[in-house]
Design a protein around this ligand. Structure first.
Ligand code: ADP
Length: 399
């Protein structure tokens, strides 16, 4: 049975301490309501609900994910729309880690839920929250399918050469240590949108997508199939991010342990929460970084330079992996809104077929657009990502 074309889906993104949600109509991309419950497990939770151009914020005790779902239900009851009348046909759940086997969205049953739970070893900060969120939502919406959409699924197409770390093979196989990649829902959605926007066929395009938000990742996509990506076993590998270091020498751990007595936990926290733009400049938000840059702050300039240098590194690597590049696309908060990052990334690459149009690059817009010159061999684009819409579409496809 398939759902009516205008039917709404509830999309839930359950993190370890937050629950973000959208009630949307996948067929039209209309968002009926959206919001978040933050600081789950802390003494006071923060609840925000947006509907019909209005935003409502409140505070309440939210000890766990059941309470977060209850808070969500209260928001809909108090401010609308009425969830009982909404006719929800599916609940789509973002799940960060699907391991090596979940290569597509699945309807959640007990076996799927226990597999997601078992994958928590690979994503201890993310999968337990997703499991708690799914369980709580199943209790509240028992009659509709719950669909898990995995952040890793798009990258299960990587070849062994691309996903294998050069460490003892048996150890890696026994503990499923390999590159998985994350942000897959966004990379897939954006690459499909590029093909539609250009009026071409996905299978004909060699693409590089740069997802630059708080977390950042790059991907190389041949004919709609991902062949490489910068995040690895965890979301720490690859590009410089808001608070994450991205690539460092793997011996940094033993150096810090031997020289400073730092524990593995302390080093992990430092690399995940105190590094990246924040570690280099003191701020992790690009809007704050831009203020420091405007004030001539030297450390902010270094942070931008390191960020862009790493982007060029991956751009070059993926250009060579692909052999021929047709499109380069910037997406997510920084990618969509920061001309300096886009200009820096492609600066000096006219010889490789990448020519940015400075005026198009500077123009502010919320829609998909080309920012390269007509003569640029590679089409450079900005495409807003929409992970919730992508999850909603994938969820409704399984009803
Ligand atoms: P997340 O990874 O949390 O989904 P986003 O894609 O929302 O992140 O990106 C968040 C980051 O994008 C912010 O920290 C900020 O640095 C940057 N950003 C968002 N809007 C703008 C803007 N208008 N100008 C510059 N940077 C922006």
């Amino acid at each position: 049975m398939s759902a009516a074309p205008g039917a709404p889906v509830l999309v839930l993104n359950s993190g370890s301490s937050s629950l973000k949600y959208q009630l949307l109509i996948p067929a039209t991309a209309d968002v009926l309501a959206a919001g978040s419950v933050e600081k789950i497990g802390e003494s006071t939770g923060l609840i925000t609900h947006r509907v019909a151009g209005e935003s409502f914020s409140s505070e309440d005790a939210v000890p766990d994910h059941d309470a977060a779902l209850a808070a969500l239900i209260r928001q809909f009851a108090d401010h609308g729309p009425d969830l009982d009348d909404a006719g929800i046909v599916a609940v789509g759940h973002r799940v960060v880690h699907g391991g090596p086997d979940f290569s597509a969205p699945v309807v959640v049953d007990d076996a799927v839920l226990s597999e997601i739970s078992e994958l928590s070893a690979l994503a201890p900060l993310h999968n337990p929250g997703a499991v708690a969120g799914i369980r709580a939502a199943q209790g509240l919406f028992p009659r509709v399918p719950h669909v898990a959409v995995f952040d890793t699924a798009f990258f299960t197409s990587l070849s062994p050469a691309a996903y294998t770390y050069a460490i003892p093979r048996e150890l890696a196989e026994r503990h499923r240590i390999r590159r998985y990649g994350m942000h897959g829902t966004s990379h897939q959605y954006v690459s499909q949108t590029v093909a539609t926007f250009l009026g071409g066929e996905l299978r004909d395009l060699n693409q590089i997508v740069l997802h630059l938000g708080n977390g950042c990742s790059a991907s190389a996509i041949r004919g709609g199939v991902a062949i490489d990506t910068s995040m690895g076993l965890t979301p720490l590998q690859g590009l410089v991010m808001g608070t994450r270091s991205g690539d460092v020498d793997p011996s940094l751990h033993s150096f810090l342990n031997a020289q400073l007595g730092m524990s593995i936990g302390e080093i992990d926290t430092m690399l995940n929460k105190e590094s990246g733009l924040k570690g280099l400049s003191g701020v992790n938000d690009f809007r704050e970084l831009e203020k420091l840059l405007a004030a001539g702050e030297r450390t902010a300039q270094l942070a931008l330079d390191v960020y862009v240098h790493r982007l060029k590194h991956y751009l070059g690597a993926y250009l060579v992996q692909l052999g021929r590049l047709d499109t380069l696309t910037f997406t997510a908060g920084v990618g969509e809104n920061t001309p300096a990052v886009r200009a820096g990334t492609v600066q000096g690459l006219a010889g490789l077929g990448l020519e940015l149009d400075p005026a198009l690059n500077e123009a502010r817009s919320k829609v998909a657009r080309v920012i390269s010159t007509p003569s640029s061999r590679v089409t450079i684009l900005v495409v807003p990502t929409d992970e919730e819409l992508a999850i909603g579409r994938q969820a409704i496809a399984l009803t």
